[in-house]
Write a protein that binds this ligand. Structure first.
Ligand code: GSH
Length: 205
């Protein structure tokens, strides 16, 4: 029985959100773990832009944006409130400042890492305010927003964990811990060796 094929990279936050959505939806895929400096030819053939995640459906459709994979996988009950606005902010300014905080010397004329870090904190304060009212970003139940944003908040937190832990953002800390300790997140982070053409398929989901 053929399965959709997911090209993925374990530590990529975009791939994490896609894997979580597939897990939550109970969709089993063949997982092909990619090393970004050694991307498989077949992946580049079906998606020349070369980023992960990429999902190839049984009918030949290629879905090559993480949010499109999430939207394909999840049912409408996960689309609640202003999730799209949160994702736009995350994939836009949040990610911009996260990258320049974490990898400051890779960019020409960036602000200092601390200045980029405080721009990210502005977002986190907004999340903390929401999470003071409800357990999840868009209400009392987990939605696409929580799965889409948590891998990026995790990346920010892990850049300097001690500094992050001292921020006065208790609701955000609680939410991030809950997301990272969830079965969904832990299952999405199971390690797989690099996929090579001819390997026995590895199934995920
Ligand atoms: N907009 C894409 C971004 C995906 C992305 O940038 N993935 C990174 C890994 S975290 C990647 O593949 N980078 C390789 C490259 O840019 O060459 C999505 O949402 O899927």
């Amino acid at each position: 029985m053929p399965h959709p094929i997911l090209y993925s990279f374990r530590r990529c936050p975009y791939a994490m959100r896609a894997r979580m959505a597939l897990l939550v939806a109970g969709i089993e895929v063949e997982l092909r773990e990619v090393v970004l400096r050694d991307r498989p030819e077949h992946m580049l053939e079906i998606s020349p832009k070369g980023t992960v995640p990429v999902l190839l459906l049984e009918d030949g459709t290629v879905i090559e944006e993480s949010m499109d994979i999430m939207q394909w996988a999840l049912d409408e009950s996960y689309f609640v409130g202003d999730w799209q606005q949160l994702v736009d902010g995350n994939d836009g300014d949040f990610k911009h400042h996260l990258d320049r905080y974490k990898y400051n010397n890779r960019y020409e004329n960036p602000l200092s890492p601390e200045e980029h870090r405080s721009q990210v904190v502005t977002f986190l304060e907004g999340y903390n305010t929401r999470l003071a009212q409800t357990s999840f970003l868009c209400g009392h139940d987990v939605t696409i927003a929580d799965y889409a944003l948590s891998p990026f908040v995790r990346q920010f937190a892990n850049t300097d964990r001690a500094w992050f832990d001292h921020l006065e953002l208790p609701h955000l800390h609680g939410w991030l811990n809950a997301m990272l300790e969830s079965e969904t997140f832990r299952n999405c982070m199971v390690k797989h060796p690099q996929w090579k053409d001819g390997d026995t398929p590895v199934f995920f989901g």
